[in-house]
Ligand binder design. Structure first.
Ligand code: PLP
Length: 424
């Protein structure tokens, strides 16, 4: 164990720095690559943790933050008018497609989801919330209540009264062989059954990740959430789409993940990539819901001028360079390549994804751990996850070039081949 890792283990909780046996210390970054303390360079196929959405040391973001710093105003609080915050809210409200949308900024995805839960339970006067099996929505008292992924829910209690739905669990034997349409039908019947038999009063909301993040990039079939929404609308139940991992064009086929399902939700929550590393989270919701935020709608650091400068520059960059189209293009190259390679690699049990959000499922958690070490050795950083620690999750910066996509694909396949040979 390195000296720094020993010091880390002594003062930081055990679960932090969890993906690698010997986590590296990243000391610099440029473009879509980072460099560790030994000088080794890596292609970052996890974009930090989906945070460095447009890569490292982006001049547009750095200069926007430096311009704000030069004014002397790092923070003044949301009791004043903040131009950067208003501009960013205007853009997000427009992009969301939610009618009469308003935006409230937080510092993280957890806080954003907490706010969405407060708004929904207040609007519906109900503590009943629906969420998805295998979900993850954050680490606060309310957010862990709508989290069902065992690994990420462990050791927590919550006051939220949640019921968990099917929709992202097609791997279960009872769903084997069902077409998308039939699986959706079963899920919708189950939702109706839950509402008729298994809740105590009016339900406030359904919260769902369009593609589950730490759940292993597990995907509900396109159209599932539209089918759910029809039932929810009949009952007046609100729909919260957690876009913390799926927003800003990452899926290639839509700007927000839920738009792949043809759904306009009542609220969307976001964080991770918007500030390109600077802490920005938030919620965009129907204005009538949002205006219920009174004192709970004042976050001391939410929407601060530095974060807003970074986020405006990042979002403008994504739009100006049409990075959604780039995610579709580069993601297709990688996903197609992985599917092709998987045919001759028995250790790979599934390849899934949309755009620059894709996963390779391996036959055991030991193999996944081994992949993490081997790919790191070969110069590529990834993430781990899934219900059983068997999914390798990858979400490179949306600025990934076609050359880097081909290079990354080569490293992933190389690592898989080495591990496949070891177990033969
Ligand atoms: N929601 C989803 C889907 C996430 O993946 C995460 C973090 O990984 C969160 C919420 C929590 O966000 P944060 O870590 O910024 O609090």
């Amino acid at each position: 164990m390195s000296d720094l890792l020993a010091r880390h283990r002594a003062v930081i909780p055990n679960w932090v720095a969890l993906y690698y046996n010997e986590p590296i210390e990243i000391v610099s970054g440029k473009g879509n690559r980072v460099v560790d303390a030994s000088g080794k360079s890596y292609l970052d196929f996890f974009a930090g943790i989906l945070t460095n959405m447009i890569g490292y040391d982006v001049p547009e973001v750095r200069e926007a933050v430096e311009r704000q710093l030069a004014t002397g105003v790092v923070h003044t609080s949301t009791v004043y008018l903040l131009r950067g915050q208003i501009e960013l809210a205007e853009k997000i409200a427009r992009l969301s497609g939610i009618p009469d949308a308003k935006v409230f900024f937080t510092n993280s995805g957890t806080e954003a989801n907490e706010t969405a839960l407060l708004l929904a339970t207040y609007a519906r006067k109900s503590d009943q919330v629906l969420a998805m099996r295998q979900s993850y929505h954050g680490r606060s008292f309310g957010a862990v209540g709508v989290t069902s992924n065992r690994a990420w829910k462990n050791n927590s209690y919550s006051p939220v009264n949640a019921t968990f739905l099917h929709g992202a669990d097609r791997h279960l034997p009872q769903f084997a062989g069902l077409s998308d349409a039939d699986y959706i039908k079963v899920c919708v019947e189950d939702l109706r059954h839950v509402l008729a038999t298994s809740v105590s009063n009016d339900v406030a909301a359904l919260i769902a990740e369009p593609i589950q993040g730490v759940g292993g990039f597990t995907m509900a079939p396109d159209g599932l959430f539209a089918a759910y929404k029809e039932v929810l609308d009949e009952e007046g139940i609100l729909f919260i789409s957690d876009e913390v991992q799926t927003g800003w064009g990452r899926t290639g086929s839509a700007f927000f993940g839920i738009q792949n399902h043809g759904v306009t939700p009542d609220m969307m929550t976001f964080a991770k990539g918007l500030g390109n590393g600077f802490a920005v989270g938030g919620i965009v919701a129907r204005g009538d819901l949002m205006d219920n935020l009174h004192a709970v709608g004042l976050a001391t650091f939410g929407g601060n001028p530095i974060s807003m400068a970074a986020a405006n520059a990042t979002l403008d960059y994504v739009l100006d360079h049409d990075l959604q189209a780039n995610a579709a293009r580069t993601g297709a190259l990688i996903i197609d390549g992985l599917r092709e390679a998987a045919k001759r690699l028995p250790i790979v049990t599934s390849v899934r994804g949309k755009g620059l959000m894709f996963a390779v499922e391996l036959a055991s958690s030991e193999l996944a751990a081994r992949f993490m070490e081997e790919s790191k050795k070969l110069g590529l950083l990834a993430g781990k996850g899934g219900l059983y620690g068997t999914a390798i999750r990858m979400a490179p910066p949306l600025t990934l070039t076609m050359d880097e996509a081909a290079e990354g694909l080569g490293i992933i396949v190389n690592a898989l081949e080495i591990i496949n040979d070891e177990v033969r």
